[in-house]
Design a protein. Structure first.
Length: 306
C-alpha cells in the first residue's frame, strides 16, 4: 500500500484506483465543503504521478477494409485509434464509482478510463458488487427513525429461506443473519437524515452478527443497494443505531463506552468486483481504522472472524 498525507492507496493500475478513506474527510466538494476534500487530494496525487505508458494495442485491419484505397485505410486506422484512446486512455479526471459518508472510513473505488467506468458501474447496477462494512450497534434509536409502514425485518435461515420478524422485537445474537428491506427518502422534517418512506427508493441491507458484548453487537453489513445513509437509516429503523452516530443514535450517556467514540462506528471493510479488462474477481480490503480497532478491542474483545 502507498500512503499519502490524506489517504492510503490500496490498489492502482491503468484502469482502477482503490483507496482507504479516513473518517472526517468529505469525499467530493459540495456547497458546504468547497475544498479540503478527498477529491482534491486525489487530483493532487494523480497530478504528481503524471501519466502512464499505456498505448493502444496494435490491431490488424478489419477484413472489409481490404478493398479500400490506402488513404481511406489510413483514415480508418486513425479513427479506430482515436476511439481506443477515448475508451481506454486515462480520463482527464478519475470517476468516483460510489461514496462514503464523511465520518465513515474505508474502501472507495474510482475508475480511470471510460470503459472501466462502464464495466464497474454495470456491476453496481446489477448488484453483483459485494460491499462489506463493519458496524457496532446498540439498541435504541430516535422515535423519528421508527418506520410506520413499508419496512420488513427477516431472519436469514441456514437453508437460505427468510423468516419474517416483528421490526420492534429484533434480538441480536452471535452468528445470526438478517435482511432489512424498506424504501428510503430524505426526511422532510430534517433533510440531513433519511427515513423509511413508501415513496422512497427501494433499499435492501443484509447483516450478520459477528459478536455481542453487554449492550453492543458487532455486525458485518452488506448493503445490496447504495442509497444515501442506507446502513445507518435501516439499522436505526430496526431499533439498533450505530454507536457514535451523531444523527441516527440517541445522545450517549456521558462517561460510557458509547460516549468515548468521537464518530460513528462504521467502516467500509471490503469491496469485491470483477476487474477491468480481464474480468478477474478481486477483493480489496481496508484494515479497520485505528480509533475503531482500539475501541473494539477494549469493549468487544472476543475473537471475531473479520
Amino acid at each position: 500500500m502507498q500512503t499519502t498525507d490524506i489517504f492510503t492507496v490500496i490498489y492502482q493500475d491503468h484502469y482502477l484506483l482503490v483507496v482507504n478513506k479516513p473518517a472526517g474527510l468529505v469525499i467530493h466538494p459540495t456547497y458546504k465543503h468547497a475544498d479540503g476534500t478527498m477529491w482534491d487530494a486525489l487530483l493532487v496525487y494523480l497530478e504528481q504521478q503524471g501519466g502512464d505508458d499505456w498505448q493502444p494495442p496494435a490491431l490488424p485491419d478489419e477484413p472489409d477494409w481490404k478493398l479500400a484505397p490506402p488513404h481511406i485505410r489510413e483514415m480508418l486506422r486513425e479513427r479506430r485509434q482515436e476511439k481506443q484512446w477515448k475508451e481506454d486512455g486515462l480520463l482527464p479526471r478519475p470517476c468516483l464509482l460510489h461514496r462514503l459518508d464523511k465520518d465513515t472510513s474505508g474502501v472507495v473505488a474510482l475508475a480511470r478510463t471510460e470503459r472501466a467506468r462502464h464495466h464497474v458501474a454495470r456491476q453496481f447496477h446489477t448488484h453483483t458488487i459485494i460491499k462489506r462494512y463493519l458496524a457496532v450497534v446498540q439498541q435504541g434509536a430516535p422515535s423519528w427513525a421508527k418506520p410506520h409502514q413499508s419496512f420488513t425485518v427477516s431472519r436469514l435461515k441456514d437453508d437460505g429461506t427468510l423468516s419474517l420478524l416483528a421490526a420492534d422485537n429484533l434480538h441480536l445474537s452471535a452468528q445470526t443473519e438478517f435482511v432489512l428491506d424498506g424504501p428510503l427518502w430524505r426526511d422532510p422534517v430534517d433533510r440531513r437524515r433519511c427515513i423509511i418512506d413508501p415513496t422512497g427508493q427501494q433499499a435492501t441491507t443484509i447483516f450478520r452478527v459477528l459478536a455481542t458484548k453487554d449492550d453492543f453487537a458487532l455486525l458485518e453489513v452488506r448493503p445490496l443497494t447504495g442509497r444515501t445513509h442506507q446502513i445507518r437509516a435501516h439499522l436505526a429503523a430496526a431499533g439498533y443505531a450505530i454507536v457514535g452516530d451523531k444523527v441516527y443514535a440517541p445522545e450517549p450517556v456521558p462517561e460510557t463506552p458509547a460516549a468515548s467514540l468521537t464518530r460513528q462506528f462504521l467502516h467500509a471493510h471490503s469491496l469485491e468486483l470483477q476487474r477491468y479488462p480481464d474480468n478477474k474477481s478481486c477483493r480489496f480490503v481496508a484494515p479497520l481504522a485505528d480509533d475503531l480497532a482500539i475501541w473494539l478491542e477494549r469493549y468487544i474483545p472476543e475473537p471475531k472472524p473479520l
